[in-house]
Design a protein around this ligand. Sequence first.
Ligand code: ATR
Length: 272
Amino acid sequence: MMDRYAVIGNPVAHSKSPWIHAEFARATGQRMSYLRIEAPLKGFARTVDAFRASGGRGANVTLPFKREAFAYCASTSVRAGAARAVNTLRLDRDSPWGDNTDGAGLLRDLEANLGVAPRGRRVLLMGAGGAAQGVLEPLAKAGAAAIVVVNRDIAKAQALVARVAGDPGVARLGACGYADLAGESFDMVINATSSGLSDELPPLPAGLFAPQALAYDMMYGRDTPFLAFARDAGVRTADGSGMLVEQAAESFFLWRGVRPATRAVLAALRVG
Ligand code: ATR
């Protein structure tokens, strides 16, 4: 039987992960299958248990289960522990082990694909939910001059920042609400809110983007109001396709010990 992997989420019908992992497997000559599994909203653990019992060796976890996946694991990587969220499960050991490849995927997309490293830049991270939680610590360790986390619910942004601040090697961190952004400008603005799902634009002030800024939306396959706002302001934009492919490559490496090339897969994903 081929080694079995899956992406587990709800909803999961739209997920590009099966296609991406099939491409990686083909390119690296790995014999494996990769399914899509929709877990009931109240049935994540039992869905993973069943997949594991049927021979599943690993899984990606997507919305809304990344925090539940962290709780499910007997042990995790350090970076998953920092994020308190897991997007990659290894089920081929005595007990489930979890990692979080989202931050590494985002950084690799910024640095290798887009050529815009956070180092020395002023970064604004929008949102303080699960998506922001997954990437703040790796971003904060990537040498940014400063990172501000903005959220409608300021207490959530403050709590997120408090967990990361004080670690050795992290950027200067701040937390605020949208009204506090007036008069501020940033070299990199990353949208980790779910506002795009409902076609909403967070209340961003004019003048938010510094010259040469990059606007990055972690959502993929959707032209969000945030990306339109950035285009209107005349700055460079990127959606989360590159992050999706890079986090997948990192998961694939954890499972198979082989690092797949990402360029062709990303190019095909952007066209398709
Ligand atoms: P996810 O796991 O996708 O981050 P989540 O944990 O529900 O989902 O968090 C959603 C994030 O998007 C939150 O930061 C939320 O802001 P609040 O905490 O203030 O609610 C943010 N968000 C959702 N819709 C938004 C909108 N229209 N404008 C600004 N922020 C929004």
